[in-house]
Design a protein around this ligand. Structure first.
Ligand SMILES: Cc1cc2nc3c(=O)[nH]c(=O)nc-3n(C[C@H](O)[C@H](O)[C@H](O)COP(=O)(O)O)c2cc1C
Length: 184
């Protein structure tokens, strides 16, 4: 585990390829306890996560293929995508009408929790990659997750073990200086 939040953030990287090892529900819940401490207008807690393991990943794959209207070889290829990791954490924005907090603010909170959870999983040594796709918000995909009205997916954290010696390069810098300005 990193000595500081800054260290963990600078070291984080996405892991496109992971092994079959995965954190159990108790570990995910423990990390979520911390990840959930984001700024949250009116404390609506507008988020939840659903762990998809085993055959649930096949059901998601089937829903994605059906949403895309694909069958045969193309459908099978799309249906196989969720099998790239042993654990998918579906990120759900749980939005509701609120007189002070518009929907976009509630989705921003859910995204913030997902980013923090991704960072904590990475810092705990797991491989993580946030993935989405054109069918993320298709009704068949929502149905597969059992989403209620007002609940919308923000994608999935694909989680697994980091293959030996395969910690990918950090990649491009954020070039933060060029994205920061100041008004007086
Ligand atoms: C909301 C969201 C959806 C994403 N969806 C995908 C995706 O479907 N496929 C993909 O290759 N990367 C996707 N990414 C980007 C990766 O998670 C990752 O950030 C990117 O590959 C850069 O790697 P890095 O995080 O190590 O900088 C998504 C990121 C976010 C925040």
């Amino acid at each position: 585990m990193s000595a500081s939040a800054r260290e963990a953030m600078l070291a984080r990287r996405s892991a496109p390829k992971v092994t079959d090892a995965a954190p159990d529900d108790a570990e995910v819940a423990d990390l979520l306890e911390a990840a959930g401490r984001v700024a949250d207008h009116a404390s609506l807690r507008p988020w939840r996560f659903i762990a998809l393991r085993g055959d649930a990943r096949n059901r998601l794959g089937d829903a994605l293929a059906a949403a895309a209207g694909l069958d045969g070889e193309h459908g099978a290829r799309l249906a196989g995508k969720p099998l790239r990791a042993p654990l998918l954490l579906a990120i759900v924005a749980v939005t509701r009408p609120h007189f002070k907090v518009p929907e976009w603010e509630q989705e921003a909170v859910a995204a913030g929790v997902a980013h923090q959870l991704s960072l904590l999983l990475d810092d705990a040594g797991w491989g993580v990659m946030w993935r989405s796709g054109p069918h993320t918000r298709h009704p068949l995909v929502a149905e597969m997750h059992g989403l209620a009205d007002g609940e919308r997916l923000l994608g999935w954290l694909y989680v697994g073990g980091v293959p030996d010696g395969a910690r990918p390069d950090r990649g491009q810098d954020a070039d933060a200086a060029a994205r920061f300005s100041s008004l007086q």
